[in-house]
Design a protein around this ligand. Sequence first.
Ligand code: ADP
Ligand code: MG
Length: 322
Amino acid sequence: MLSEFDLIKRYFHRQYPSDPRFALGNGDDCALIAPTKGTQLAISSDMLVSGRHFFADADPAMLGHKCLAVNLSDLAAMGAKPLGFTLAIALPEADESWLAPFSEGMLRLADQYQCRLIGGDTTKGPLTISITIFGEIPPTTAMRRDAAKVDDDIWISGTLGDARLALAAYWNELALSDSAHLAAARRMHMPAPRIELGMALRGIAHAALDISDGLVGDLNHILTSSQVGASLDVDTLPAGPILTQQTQEIQRQFCLAGGDDYELCFTAPPELREAVLEAGRRSQTPVTRVGKILASRGLQIFDRAGNPLDLRPSSFDHFTSA
Ligand code: ADP
Ligand code: MG
């Protein structure tokens, strides 16, 4: 039977090349990090609970990817560069056939973004994974939710709604072919954090966030914090490649209130449109302009012909949703 310390050593302890920013990594009471001189530390935590955020039998490699990806996505939404993360994990048992792929899925993504695992905590209990991530960012460049300005364009990275489509198929709300279901499930389980785009938007975008609970609900956080309103062109929303096979109504609904998209929604002044497109090209991330920030409060949604739509998509809330 694997002991707690063997488990940590085998799956959550890494040797990294020396770097002055990481004076001390995993193995002591604390890790010691010094972000690059003159930068601010960006810090975020996300917790994933079995049965709430993922199915108990979820593929461990994909789960390892996802629990780090959602944290990286928060750094991306501020424009921060990843530094390191800690992993607090409760495990029902020390099952190596689960731990090996979980740690590999997580650390592969971590290495891709040079984000070091610098510590954590391990305990027995119902499967729960909590990551705290640290990034660095030059002062005054962070894309804050309270920074949207009237007349800004609203932009979305990548595409929306495929993750929600996978969920709809799991819940038997609609039927998908096996291949479509598989492709949609991949979008749900393997989100791509938009780190490169977030960094490329420094000094260009005003406000940003990552869409985790559905576009409308999340955009509302920007509107409330920035004390502005907005209009959205529903038919310009970039539906995911699998979602585009569905009816217009489903496409609209899932783009507006999907959840689990982990795309960036950001605002930028109209005179910087070309700079935004260039940031998209540089980071190899598609970006689409989908609306405007307005002085009058509230969110208005229009169709292609300019008619207002009375859609009231609600976003996901852990305490008020089922
Ligand atoms: P403490 O007794 O100080 O809480 P622990 O015994 O929990 O320390 O952990 C020993 C070392 O292993 C610490 O440096 C801690 O950061 C690290 N560690 C524990 N669990 C994890 C984990 N899941 N991932 C990475 N590092 C971990
Ligand atoms: Mg401990």
